[in-house]
Design a protein around this ligand. Structure first.
Ligand code: F3S
Length: 295
């Protein structure tokens, strides 16, 4: 059994910075504003070690020296203002690449441009990005959304700024941008898809074709993990998405001699290692050779 792990695996640098900050601030007066990473095992570990978790600032109990930890996805301008107004300390771990998108949106909006975000509606990163615009924002997931929504929306005469959620699928971004530029005038566009995401998507696309089975490891609510699962499924019909080794059903390996372990930017190395162990045990039990490869 050949078990492939892509070179780009485990936390991306933005998530890594945020998770390290969380472990550095394990005290009862620090609250994560939303899950610091879309990975239930990491969140459970942080919570068991004392870090608070709230989805609204109103859920923070009264107390002294309260700090609010902002995750890599970032938040809207109004949340930052509210944290400051309440006198809380702020540990802002918004990924620098997401911050850059906030700056683009704030600047375009100040110039009167409406904003089109190509991404997943209601995803926390998308809500955060939209919260830096003063003008109209429209969120489009894919080409079919664009074809339905754009003809029925009136936009600012000053123009439109198009950006992407950092973890969005590159092909979808390009399709939607192409459509918008064919029907709308005065467009500025910025490909804000993060390299860490684009490289992983490309690797998965290429490697999924060369193996008999793909296991995508990562949180079910993680946007970048879901994108990887969608891409791998297109190229390999024996593709499975699991959050952790506990969900892994070894029957997926029946008759398989090569498997790809793909993981998202929010998947810790430890989760990948646990799945490797399961595959190794399966090989041992079935008297199969086992080889771990990083192509
Ligand atoms: Fe940042 Fe890219 Fe990760 S935007 S959080 S480095 S996927």
């Amino acid at each position: 059994m050949k078990c492939y792990i892509p070179i780009h695996s485990g936390f991306c640098f933005g998530v890594d910075l945020a998770v390290k900050a969380a472990y550095k601030n394990l005290d009862t007066s620090t609250y994560m504003y939303g899950d610091i990473v879309h990975n239930p095992s990491v969140i459970a570990d942080l919570r068991s070690k004392g870090l608070g978790l709230v989805d609204s600032l109103d859920d923070i109990p009264n107390g002294k020296d309260i700090n609010v930890l902002i995750r890599a996805h970032g938040v809207s301008e109004s949340i930052i203002t509210e944290v400051k107004n309440r006198g809380y300390g702020i540990i802002d771990k918004t990924c620098p690449r997401v911050k850059k998108v906030h700056e683009i949106v704030a600047d375009a909006s100040c110039r009167g441009l409406d904003i089109i975000i190509i991404g997943t509606p209601n995803h926390p990163e998308v809500l955060g990005i939209a919260g830096w615009a003063k003008t109209q924002t429209v969120v489009l997931r894919d080409l079919s959304d664009a074809q339905k929504i754009i003809p029925n929306t009136s936009f600012s005469e000053k123009g439109i700024c198009i950006i992407a959620q950092t973890t969005h699928n590159k092909e979808r971004f390009e399709q939607v941008y192409k459509y918008c530029s064919s029907v709308l005038p005065h467009i500025e566009h910025y490909d804000t898809i993060c390299d860490a995401t684009a490289i992983r998507q490309e690797e998965i696309r290429r490697l999924s074709l060369t193996v008999n089975c793909v296991i995508v490891i990562g949180g079910k609510t993680s946007s970048n993990v879901t994108r990887l699962y969608e891409i791998a499924s297109e190229y390999n019909n024996n593709t499975h998405h699991i959050e952790s080794a506990n969900e892994f059903d070894v029957s997926a390996l029946k008759g398989v001699d090569s498997v790809l372990l793909a993981s998202g930017a929010s998947t810790p190395e430890s989760s990948i290692a646990e799945v490797v162990k399961c595959i190794e045990n399966y090989c041992l039990k079935n008297k199969l050779s086992f080889e771990l490869l990083k192509p």
